[in-house]
Design a protein around this ligand. Structure first.
Ligand code: ATP
Ligand code: MG
Length: 421
């Protein structure tokens, strides 16, 4: 019997897996240059952290969490998102008592029990950044531009930045009430009517065209902002414009998590069908308090690695050849027991000199080993037989021209330097 990966999951295999690595590296690099330190939190947490931090009314908490009881009777949840765990770690270790803002970046797997489809998986990967403990429009602009820089470094041209604000605890309640008043007057299904009472902002996020059609004339948060939120948002917008970051105002943009306040944004890509969001984030000034900490105004984003790779593929950024990794340059062909031992040592020397090298394993004969050399994509094969060993030399074969020369073992690295690059 063989096994399949569970529904909604898939394996990243070489060479395509290199694309995921590249996305992680490119998205993290601008943040590292801006002073964000790497944080790794556990893959599972106390269930209550997400219930309180993400919010009971969200899809994540109400439908999508992988929750189980461990053998000690604790309720455990596999991480569905990265922000609540980061805030938990900051509070637990008192990082917020030092220099502010605390700047952190992470890269890791998330788990959500979703309707599996292209770009929407039950196990997926994100890179995220969080800046905690400062309320400053410059910080919001920094966070957003770091995301924009990451996508630009990947060569992605088709990303649109959608920008909105959700107000704060001063102005949001009045907006929420106005929104509820409007929505209650609409002809909507029962589940949506319930949502109006629990989390009315989420109705704006409903992707069904029949719901969107009814939302004409819906009150917009941007018309209900307090003076402070209005000024803050204007600052963020003008800072982005000044730094050359293009954005589209989207006054209906809300996010799936309860903890967002003020600046909210999403990066969308046109080549992904309905799973168009490649990343998103915003300010979450209330989250720390929701999980028992002091006020800690913060801002961050998380980008989906899987969807970003799909977006790059949609733009043809990898060309025809799926290989983007480190291709083998040198391939060892040892003939006989003693040659295998010697080749093992020679490869270590060649690799230490910076070449990518592999060899034939399993005592293959010349023909089988040379087939391996061809398949590896290497440009040079090193053939080591008994006679070569006795002469302390190796046959260096150029696999493009088939030209073969004898090179003393002690001079192989030098000879490769002359041949490759
Ligand atoms: P969506 O509206 O598509 O469900 P979301 O609002 O739930 O996205 P976030 O929680 O903000 O997404 O996560 C940030 C990013 O992580 C998303 O923009 C997306 O790229 C990625 N992401 C979220 N859920 C999934 C998933 N199930 N599979 C793959 N990527 C995902
Ligand atoms: Mg979602």
């Amino acid at each position: 019997m063989t096994f399949q990966s569970p529904k909604g999951t898939f394996d990243w295999l070489p060479p395509r897996s290199e694309r995921a690595l590249r996305v992680r590296e490119a998205m993290a690099e601008p943040a590292r240059r801006a002073g964000y330190g790497y944080i790794e939190t556990p893959t599972f947490e106390d269930t209550a952290l997400f219930a309180r931090g993400v919010g009971e009314s969200t899809d994540i908490v109400s439908k999508e969490m992988y929750t189980f009881q461990d053998k000690g009777g604790r309720s455990i949840t596999l991480r569905p998102e990265g922000t609540a765990p980061v805030v938990r770690a900051v509070l637990q270790h008192g990082l917020h008592n030092g220099r502010l803002p605390v700047k952190l970046w992470y890269s890791g797997n998330n788990f959500r029990y979703e309707r599996a489809q292209r770009g929407r998986y039950r196990h997926f990967s994100q890179v995220g950044i969080e800046a905690l403990g400062a309320e400053d429009p410059v910080l919001d602009a920094e966070v957003i531009s770091l995301g924009v820089q990451g996508y630009a470094a990947l060569g992605l041209g088709g990303i649109t930045l959608l920008l909105n604000t959700l107000g704060c605890k001063e102005c949001r309640p009045a907006y929420r009430a106005a929104l509820q008043g409007f929505l209650r007057g609409l002809d909507l299904d029962e589940a949506t009517r319930q949502r109006i009472e629990i989390n009315p902002l989420r109705v704006l996020d409903d992707s069904r065209p029949e719901v969107q059609a009814r939302l004409t004339g819906v009150p917009l948060v941007t018309d209900h902002l307090c003076q402070a939120c209005k000024a803050y948002h204007e600052d963020v917008r003008s800072l982005l414009t000044a730094s050359g970051v293009a954005y589209t105002d989207d006054p209906r943009l809300v996010r799936g998590l309860d903890y967002y306040t003020r600046t909210t944004f999403e990066f969308v890509h046109g080549g992904l069908g309905s799973q168009s969001a490649v990343g998103g984030g915003g300010r979450y000034d209330g989250l720390s308090e929701m999980i028992g900490g002091p006020p800690l105004p913060s801002v961050g984003w998380a980008i989906g690695v899987d969807r970003t790779v799909l977006a790059m593929e949609a733009e043809g950024l990898f060309g025809e050849d799926p290989a983007t990794g480190t291709p083998v340059q040198v391939y060892g062909v040892p003939l006989g027991e003693e040659a295998r031992r010697r080749m093992f040592l020679l490869l270590a020397e060649i690799r230490a000199a910076g070449f990518v090298a592999d060899m034939a394993f399993g005592g293959k004969g010349l023909k089988g080993a040379m087939k391996g050399a061809d398949r590896s994509g290497a440009s040079v094969a090193l053939i080591l037989g008994e006679r070569d060993l006795a002469a302390q030399a190796v046959q260096m074969k150029d696999l493009t021209t088939a030209e073969q020369t004898e090179v003393p073992l002690a001079q192989v690295v030098e000879a490769l330097k002359g041949k490759i690059q």
